[in-house]
Design a protein around this ligand. Structure first.
Ligand code: ASP
Length: 310
């Protein structure tokens, strides 16, 4: 039994690991862990506290995949709900579909009994207006609501250093079942309706009990172009070790040289519960993991497969 996550999963990994210890499934553990990140007021990349789109509205994305059945549920561009990961789980368990977006996802959330969020984020309004004035050079943020040039401004809005972030969880339970979950507010200041990799099955996350699982954070556009999480699992299927498969996934990323606004981090687990991570920078990033016999999570440094291009 084990849970691994990106560093921001620190607020939920203990609860997720306890769930496994109590006999709950990997799917339960992932949902429990991610819900904690989604309501972490300090996290600017996940949940309704995350950076909004270029019109100042938080649009949330999430995905959950059960590696036992390869059932999956995903939601994209959901407004006004605290826990997109739980809506995604309901998509997986209650619908014949696997992916809902925007109004349809919100309607479904209401049907499932989820309450609209009452969360107030006045400080985010201030951050947003400052960003619009200082980075976009637009004095009155209201003018963005009707301009025909939002597409141009959205190019300037993308700041790879400040705007990204996602939480990834992968858990393996006592039955050996693996689950991957991903949740994000997406790329900050994105064009309205933009989806990154996080809710896109095979790009942001994938799980298959037979081989393992992977999940991504970083420049979602790159992961979508490549189908990154699924690639890593397929590489394991083809006989590569966890480390080789993840490294190959990162190399694939680095082969994408056009329209590159930032890097990618991959976290991965094989079907024995071994865990690994890496990213496309020199440093390699890190991930955390925890097993039921540990008092708290440990951090593991990832492999760096640096992008050599411009
Ligand atoms: N992958 C996320 C997205 O593209 C953002 C991130 O993880 O930095 O929306």
């Amino acid at each position: 039994m084990i849970v691994m996550a990106t560093g921001n999963g620190d607020v939920g990994i203990r609860q997720a690991t306890t769930a496994l210890k109590e006999g709950k499934s990997a799917v339960d553990a992932v949902e429990i862990g991610i819900r904690e990140v989604e309501i972490n007021r300090k996290d600017r990349s996940v949940g309704l506290h995350g950076y909004p789109n270029i019109l100042g509205v938080a649009e949330l994305d999430a995905l959950i995949m059960d590696g036992r059945t390869r059932n999956v549920g995903a939601v994209g561009a959901v407004k006004g709900y605290d826990h997109p990961i739980s809506i995604a789980r309901n998509v997986m368990e209650k619908l014949i579909h696997v992916f809902l977006v925007a109004e349809g996802a919100e309607r479904f959330a209401a049907e499932m009994g989820f309450e609209k969020s009452t969360l107030k984020t006045p400080e985010m309004r201030e951050i947003y207006e400052k960003h619009v004035r200082e980075t976009l050079g637009v004095e009155d943020p209201e003018t963005l609501q009707t301009t025909n040039e939002l597409w141009k401004l959205s190019h300037m809005a993308v700041d790879a250093q400040k705007a990204g972030g996602t939480t990834n969880f992968i858990a393996q339970d006592g039955n050996g079942d693996i689950c991957t979950g991903v949740s994000t507010s997406g790329w900050g200041w994105k064009y309205p309706g933009r989806l990154g990799d996080s809710p896109v099955i095979s790009a942001g996350g994938y799980a298959d009990n037979r081989y393992g699982a992977a999940a991504c954070t970083g420049t979602g556009e790159l992961c979508i172009r490549d189908g990154t999480a699924r690639n890593v699992v397929t590489y394991m299927k083809m006989g590569m070790s966890l480390e080789e498969a993840t490294t190959e996934g990162l190399r694939d990323m680095n082969d994408l040289t056009s329209q590159r606004i930032g890097g990618v981090t991959i976290i991965s687990m094989d079907h024995h519960g071994a865990h690994f991570s890496g990213n496309t920078s020199e440093g390699g990033g890190s991930h955390i993991f925890m097993t039921p016999d540990m008092d708290g999570p440990e951090t593991v440094t990832g492999i760096g497969v640096p992008y050599e291009g411009e």
